[in-house]
Design a binder for this molecule. Structure first.
Ligand SMILES: [Zn+2]
Length: 319
């Protein structure tokens, strides 16, 4: 007999797919806000993989990744169960902001509480109704504002997670400690294996990032035996030379002005090398910005105007 699974009051039968809604809140206009959860369970037992995005409402690239996974039916498993939540923070997505309508960052209120703020209540329902069923979680993010992250996976430092991250296939793998009260921290405490993907920037779609994000999920599903893809299927490890790192360093603007980057995201860089130029708009000065470490560029600020102290580039320090 297959294990009995009930999610948000709905019995999830083997061999069936569901679209259920987390329906916990109304806006001040009395408009009901529903968060669709797409669940697909195989006849055969196996692990449960939870694929989510949009915990920050303006990180649309992740939403597009999960949307494509669903649209292409990659979420229909051969074994186990796949749960997709393309837009966790529907509230923020509606008005293109990172936060919840109560001004809270959803990713800083986990695991939430039953009678807390709107964000906190939502986190509580998500943890207790959805996350609790998962064995593996893939959560998609982008850089904040104009900071464009090269596709990378962030994990806890252990061998099993490293193997999974390698399977995912993004060029960069970062060991990163958990941010307090984040989804990743709370899921980890429940023993879930969490892969956090970072790629692209807010309010932007980038097809290379989308491809890396989808490919990663399919690689993991295939590896776990949840969904098998033919050997000649497009998902392939993106890069044969993956860079694993723990330390990283931001390069900050040494002046205020207009900024031109002269390097490409993802490339290797030596300490002291010029990475960009800051100028005034009148043609009087031009200042070089130099790399403060040797490593790889994993994030570039795309903003053409910077203030002194702004983060311009992020360098992964490997080995
Ligand atoms: Zn995010």
């Amino acid at each position: 007999m297959a294990k009995e699974i009930t999610i948000l009051g709905e019995k999830i039968e083997p061999g069936k797919s569901y679209q259920i809604k987390i329906d916990i809140a109304r806006l001040h206009t009395r408009t009901k806000i529903e968060v669709p959860v797409i669940i697909s369970r195989a006849k055969k037992d196996g692990p449960c993989v939870l694929i989510s995005a949009g915990i920050h409402g303006n990180e649309v690239n992740g939403i597009e990744i999960v949307r494509q996974i669903v649209a292409n039916k990659f979420n229909v498993p051969d074994a186990g169960m796949i749960i997709c939540v393309p837009v966790l923070n529907v509230f923020g997505f509606l008005i293109k902001t990172r936060q919840f309508p109560d001004g809270k960052d959803l990713n800083r209120v986990f695991p939430g509480s039953k009678n807390g703020s709107l964000a906190s209540t939502f986190a509580h329902v998500f943890m207790n109704e959805i996350v609790v069923h998962a064995d593996y979680c893939i959560d998609y993010h982008t850089g904040g504002d104009d900071r464009f992250n090269y596709s990378q996976v962030r994990i806890s430092k252990n061998e099993e997670m490293l193997d999974l991250a390698k399977v995912f296939g993004a060029k960069f793998i970062k060991y990163s400690s958990h941010r307090e009260k984040s989804y990743r921290e709370s899921a980890n405490k429940l023993g879930k294996k969490v892969l956090l993907f970072e790629g692209g920037k807010s309010l932007d779609l980038d097809r290379y990032v989308t491809k890396a994000g989808i490919t990663g999920a399919l690689n993991v599903l295939d590896f776990l035996g949840v969904k098998k893809f033919p050997a000649n299927f497009s998902p392939q490890i993106e890069s044969t030379s993956q860079v694993i790192f723990e330390e990283s360093k931001w390069v900050r603007a040494n002046h205020s002005g207009m900024y031109r980057s002269i390097l490409r995201n993802g490339e290797a860089i030596k300490k002291g090398a010029v990475i960009g130029l800051i100028t005034d708009p009148y043609g009087f000065f031009e200042k070089k910005v130099k790399a403060t470490a040797t490593g790889y560029i994993i994030c570039l600020n795309h903003s053409p105007i910077v203030n002194k102290g702004d983060a311009i580039a992020h360098i992964a320090i490997s080995g």
